[in-house]
Design a protein. Structure first.
Length: 500
């Protein structure tokens, strides 16, 4: 009979779920090497997609309204919930583990899949953003969808190779790229300040309060920005997929505090400069407008440095999503909810099989999108394909990811109402703050899902009806796969338990 350590048994008594096998296995077999800086760097590469700033800039000064609104109603509540849950249960798999303790096997696997699958779409989006930046460097490059797909797959494969190396070595690379990414954000922010100091007028009118307001009008409104901003803030729990490999538990709260502050600063700096130097129309035309903004204010050399820093982010973030989100199928396999193949570690103590399954899956989806669809149906201008796919993939990931984020708040509420005395022993925030964060975050998730579903992010390329069909179709497929997979996984776990 398996022996449960005293700490886990106590936790089991408090929250009425027996300890998972993965909770013991990880701490015995995987090195505890991650510190606060490591987690903060990983957090930035998961959450801080600087290319969200150009799309947000399409709303003009209202972009700041939405960044602040999304930050208060969704991002900060998500961080609070993540910090509380991570402190109570500092185990590998984050949302998977927390939902298991709240609801059991079926919902734990379902929530984990809804958190895992967007990582696949984001990997494709990162490769696609690389294509957009290469096209920005030379408009004659990668005009054919087949060329675009080839580059994206190359980026995904490179990320997969990096993700399966020794974690300490990979984490050092991630730390360097996180610094480079924030340096790029600093250059973009500096560009706006220098532009104004040199006597140029702002390309955006910030004086009229109407330009800052939420606009619901069809065709000319900016309400679609709420879904986009929610995407910009998703993934706070991502680094804690590796919570079993963290050296000190205090790093859980520290990296969330530092990472959240840096994400706010980065988004606001980049959006400000884009609006000041180029204005809403030009800033939102392409992700490469970040580099163009630096070119215009600081010169071509600094623009090239910015381009290199941001492109390094997209290559390395595919590795970050690869090794962080591979921990979800890994722990599910250890707990007998997926084939044991997915839980095996390579010589570097990394779940390489799970990483490569993700890489293969993302590559197959890319092949279908860029090599099959363009030659089966007419998609308009081929050079716009990368922009269209980039936004469709990110929007689809927003829907599924926002749905999985609901479990952060629901789990927290379940734990409180199940055993208030036990909850209060591990509580790190005042109860009134938690009582505000839980409903506020839940409502924001639902609103973000509806907003993303019904309002196109790129209305000039894809209208609302086409948008609804495209991302709605992708999302339905994801949810169906999640439900079927959860049922099979739950049945497998029950059968395995009967055989023990």
């Amino acid at each position: 009979m398996q022996t449960i350590p005293r700490q886990l048994a106590s936790e089991d008594d408090l929250f009425r779920q027996r300890a998972l096998v993965s909770e013991e296995y990880v701490v015995k077999t995987m090195p505890r090497i991650l510190g606060t800086f490591d987690l903060t760097a990983t957090y930035l590469l998961i959450v801080f997609f600087i290319t969200n700033a150009p799309t947000a800039a399409a709303g003009g000064p209202a972009a700041f309204t939405y960044l602040l609104l999304g930050g208060i109603t969704f991002f900060i509540p998500s961080v609070i919930a993540t910090a509380q849950l991570g402190t109570m249960f500092p185990h590998e798999g984050s949302l998977y583990n927390w939902t298991h303790k709240a609801f059991g096997g079926f919902w734990s696997f379902f929530s984990a899949f809804c958190a895992w699958f967007p990582g696949i779409l984001v990997m494709i989006s990162a490769g696609d953003a690389t294509v957009s930046f290469l096209q920005g460097l030379n408009s004659q490059w990668l005009t054919d969808p087949r060329e675009q797909g080839t580059v994206i797959i190359a980026v995904i494969l490179a990320g997969g190779v990096l993700a399966t190396r020794r974690l300490r070595m990979v984490q050092n690379v991630v730390n360097i790229v996180a610094v480079l990414t924030f340096f790029a954000a600093f250059l973009v922010g500096l560009a706006g300040v220098v532009w104004l100091m040199r006597g140029h007028h702002s390309a955006t009118d910030f004086a009229h309060l109407a330009n800052w307001s939420v606009n619901w009008k069809p065709g000319v409104g900016n309400i679609n920005l709420f879904g986009l901003v929610t995407l910009a803030y998703l993934g706070a729990e991502g680094p804690l997929n590796m919570a079993g490999e963290v050296r000190e538990h205090r790093s859980i709260r520290r990296h969330l505090a530092w990472g959240t502050l840096l994400v706010f600063i980065g988004y606001f700096m980049a959006t400000f400069s884009l609006l000041v130097v180029q204005g809403p129309a030009n800033a939102s035309a392409t992700p490469f407008s970040l580099v163009t903004t630096v070119d215009m204010a600081l010169g071509k050399v600094m623009g090239n440095i910015t381009a290199i820093c941001i492109m390094s982010f997209f290559v390395v973030t595919t590795a970050v999503y690869g090794f962080t989100y591979a921990r979800l199928p890994m722990v599910a396999a250890i707990d007998q909810r997926l084939p044991v193949f997915m839980g095996r570690l390579n010589k570097h103590r990394v779940p390489a099989n799970a990483v490569w399954v993700q890489v293969i899956f993302a590559s197959v989806v890319t092949l279908f999108i860029f090599l099959v669809i363009p030659f089966a149906i007419s998609l308009g201008t081929p050079t716009n394909l990368s922009t269209e796919i980039y936004n469709i993939m990110l929007a689809s990931s927003t829907l599924v990811w926002a749905f999985s984020s609901l479990f952060l708040f629901v789990n927290l509420a379940i734990f409180y109402f199940r055993d208030r005395a036990a909850f209060n022993k591990k509580r790190i925030f005042p109860l009134p703050l938690l009582f505000v964060a839980i409903p506020l975050g839940s409502i924001s998730c639902i609103l973000a899902i509806l907003d993303t579903l019904f309002y196109s992010w790129i209305g000039s390329l894809i209208n609302n009806v086409q948008w609804l069909l495209a991302i709605g179709g992708v999302t339905i497929v994801c949810i169906v796969i999640a439900i079927v997979g959860s049922m099979l996984a739950s049945s497998q776990a029950t059968w395995e338990g009967m055989m023990d």
